[in-house]
Design a protein around this ligand. Structure first.
Ligand SMILES: C[S@@+](CC[C@H](N)C(=O)[O-])C[C@H]1O[C@@H](n2cnc3c(N)ncnc32)[C@H](O)[C@@H]1O
Ligand SMILES: [Zn+2]
Length: 383
């Protein structure tokens, strides 16, 4: 296998030539996706901000993530790279030498869960465990929780986005234990289903698992979870669970502790997402300090994505689609800034959702959004 040097951040990686030129990159003999650099930038920034010392890249491939943490976060004392693809791990080992971090790296040619199970024990756990397999991370959640230290962080990448976003509802219920919603805020719902699955699996073994950060980028969803040992921590974390009810007929959206059968506004049957994580999705201070780190390290995209999470927890767990509201009112699309202004003038807070390509987050209810759209649409042409 011919490998070429590829620099990402401050790290030199050894990757197949085809992975740089082909889209999507080939999965064999080894996989590397240059388009996932933002995903790895955010990991580096968050790890550096959080201050852990031991990092496990449990699905390492050619080592892009683990090597970047070793090379770019001097606070991390040791990085363990795990993959059952020996060829991929061989490339990671050679690249570790190129970056002069070989003495801080350990290579484990092993199946992820088999390896993580060997690190179940008070003194064996990692401050940080990353899981980034192909497709769903579901099968590794329990093992990763068990191998993360008390106070540590577990991160998961899910590329089964169609499942989490509601295209395959049955698979989502089986895999993540909750129903998805295939609508205009489906990425946020997918993220909350992932958080919910981690919180519930953690609670079963007396681990409190609560969100640190999340993003939805390109074709994947990504979550960071704080892991805390103890039954009371687990009980506290479960308080974040709930349901989101959305009426496709009248647009009303609600949060509830139990699945609501009917829409409280029009009385028709509403769609229910969950059980899912309906609570806060960020540790505000950690995210702010990770955004600062990203800026200091010259990772503008990561800083922007992390920065976009600022304040998100002041809003309900959904967003509104202004296009959808306009089309249901049969009005031509109204200028967004006018709609925002109308809501602010009515005493509401507004922000763009960080989780969808487009969408408005607000503490206003659907009826008030409709009122604002009507006001904006009827206000005549923009000055
Ligand atoms: C998406 S790639 C990882 C990419 C890497 N994290 C990066 O940022 O470049 C998935 C990797 O996980 C490995 N993998 C998937 N399932 C695994 C398992 N059950 N045990 C060990 N390795 C696994 C694959 O061999 C592949 O190298
Ligand atoms: Zn309704």
């Amino acid at each position: 296998m011919k490998l070429v040097r590829h620099v990402e951040g401050k790290t030199t990686l050894l990757v197949p030539q085809a992975s740089i030129t082909a889209d999507p990159p080939p999965t064999s003999p080894v996989f590397f996706n240059p388009a996932a650099s933002l995903n790895r930038d955010i990991t580096v920034a968050l790890t550096a901000a959080d201050g852990g010392e031991t990092f496990c890249d449990s699905t390492a491939g050619v080592g892009a993530r683990g090597l970047r943490v070793a090379r770019e976060d001097p606070g991390v004392a040791s990085v363990t790279l795990v993959d059952f693809n020996a060829e991929a791990l061989g490339a990671a080992r050679r690249a570790a030498a190129l970056n002069r971090v070989a003495e801080r790296c350990t290579f484990e040619p092993s199946e992820t869960n088999a390896f993580l199970a060997t690190r179940f024990g008070r003194d064996k756990r990692f401050d940080y465990v990353d899981v980034d397999p192909f497709g769903t991370p579901a099968r590794h959640i329990q093992g990763a929780l068990a191998a993360t230290s008390d106070g540590g962080v577990l991160s998961l990448t899910a590329t089964d986005t169609a499942v989490l976003c509601g295209v395959h509802e049955g698979t989502c219920k089986r895999r993540y234990g909750g129903a998805p919603l295939n609508n205009h805020f489906h990425h946020e719902t997918g993220i909350r289903l992932l958080f919910g699955a981690v919180a519930r699996l953690g609670a079963m073994v007396d681990i409190g698992a609560s969100p640190v950060a999340a993003h939805s980028t390109r074709h994947y969803l990504r979550v960071f979870v704080r892991v805390r040992a103890g039954a009371s921590r687990a009980d506290a974390a479960l308080k974040g669970m709930g349901y989101v009810t959305w009426c496709s007929r009248c647009g009303e959206t609600q949060r509830s502790a139990s699945p609501e059968a009917g829409c409280p506004s029009c009385g028709k049957r509403a769609r229910v997402a969950g059980p899912l994580w309906a609570g806060n999705v960020t540790e505000e201070e950690t995210v702010r300090s990770a955004a600062r780190k990203a800026r200091e390290m010259g990772m503008a995209g990561a800083a922007e994505t992390l920065g976009s999470l600022d304040g998100v927890d002041g809003f309900p767990p959904w967003s509104f689609s202004l296009e959808r509201v306009c089309s249901s009112l049969k009005v031509a699309s109204a200028p967004e800034d006018r709609i925002y202004r109308a809501l602010v003038d009515a005493g509401h807070r507004v922000a763009r959702t960080p989780f969808e390509k487009k969408g408005l987050k607000t503490d206003a209810g659907y009826a008030e959004v409709v009122r604002a759209v009507k006001a904006a649409a009827g206000a005549g042409p923009a000055p």
